[in-house]
Write a protein that binds this ligand. Structure first.
Ligand code: AMP
Ligand code: GLY
Length: 326
């Protein structure tokens, strides 16, 4: 079949690399792609949020499968767009519906989902400009450090961790006044979780799920972890401290309730759930959901899956993932 990967990172290069290995992959396109993908696929210069251009590309190139790399097109509803566009309805698109993508698109929504389905996470409350005073009072009830999160997408920069109470109050005010644009019209304030982070990746077809290899990325730039946070400078897999006991807890308390929660809420979800976790003592807590694979984590996770990736995505689309063992 002909396959299109949307995105331009190391993540998309890895998808392309694995898909190209499959005997079922005929022509492979990446849009917009990068220098790495140009060596193994045909790059097409279009924006991942220009749905009309994507439609044209799919029709012109007889694309049968679309793999969506980044969150922006998912949060903007690309999967719903395919479902409601006659020429695109037969295309196997991998990614959640817009309702599903809100788990990443809104931190408040993600917290409400976790609360509704009893998924362990930090205590929280959310505030808007109208409830600024209540937000400051809420901060007084917490212990330092204070965790402030812009509700919407802020390119990984919307989380502030602040030691000083007065500074946290001032930051809350700045965020609600538009520091991150519309993304911080609502701010989620969370309890600080003190522990070590790891990421668990799940592929679900909406009914069945597979837990993929764990990974951990390293975010700070510069030698010796001294620089600013980035989206991820590198990653490892497996995560050395993710032993069977911890993984059992994560699957039982977090993965299963998440997949069942999506079903209970009638949310169409055929794609990845990337669960950001903090291990506090021996217990896992969710800090965030992403509705896509991680970049750069994909580079260390996908090569560990030996099953034909085109077949895996086909099964995801057709809701037959239970037929696979990874
Ligand atoms: P997020 O975008 O929600 O993943 O947050 C970005 C980063 O902030 C995470 O990778 C953690 O390092 C940190 N963080 C987020 N929430 C908390 C929390 N409740 N307690 C401690 N650290 C947190
Ligand atoms: N590396 C973190 C992310 O993809 O969100």
């Amino acid at each position: 079949m002909n396959i299109l990967v949307l995105g331009s990172g190391g993540r998309e290069h890895t998808f392309a690399y694995q898909l190209a290995k499959s005997s079922r992959c005929k022509n492979l396109f990446v849009a917009p792609g990068n220098a790495g993908t140009a060596a193994i696929a045909t790059n097409i210069n279009l924006s991942v949020t220009d749905f009309a251009a994507i439609k044209q590309c799919v029709v012109d190139n007889n694309i049968n499968m679309v793999v969506v790399g980044p969150e922006d097109p998912l949060v903007q509803g690309i999967v719903d767009y395919f479902a409601s566009t006659p020429e695109l309805q037969e295309v196997q698109i991998i990614g959640p519906s817009q309702k599903g993508a809100l788990l990443e698109g809104s931190k408040e929504r993600a917290k409400e989902f976790m609360m509704a389905h009893n998924i362990p996470t930090a205590g929280y409350a959310s505030f808007t400009p109208e409830t600024l005073a209540a937000g400051k009072q809420f901060l007084e009830t917490l212990k330092a450090p204070y965790v402030l999160k812009a509700d919407g997408l802020a390119a990984g920069k919307g989380v502030l961790i602040i030691q000083d109470l007065d500074q946290a109050k001032a930051s809350l005010e700045e965020m609600l006044a538009g520091q991150f644009g519309a993304a911080s019209n609502t701010v989620v304030i969370e309890e600080f979780l003190d522990g070590i982070e790891l990421s668990v990746f799940v592929l679900t077809d909406g009914k069945n799920y597979k837990v993929l290899p764990t990974a951990k990325d390293y975010k700070r730039i510069g030698e010796g972890d001294k620089g600013l946070n980035t989206g991820g400078m590198g990653a490892i897999s497996p995560v050395p401290f993710a032993d069977d006991v911890l993984m059992q807890k994560i699957e039982q308390r977090i993965v299963i309730p998440t997949v069942e929660g999506l079903q209970k809420e009638n949310i169409d979800y055929k794609g990845f759930v990337f669960i950001g976790l903090i291990k506090v003592g021996d217990e896992p807590f969710v800090i965030e959901y992403n509705v896509r694979m991680g970049d750069p984590e994909t580079e260390v996770v996908l090569p560990r899956i030996k099953t034909d990736l085109v077949a895996v995505f086909e099964a995801t689309y057709k809701q037959t993932l239970d037929n696979f063992t990874f």
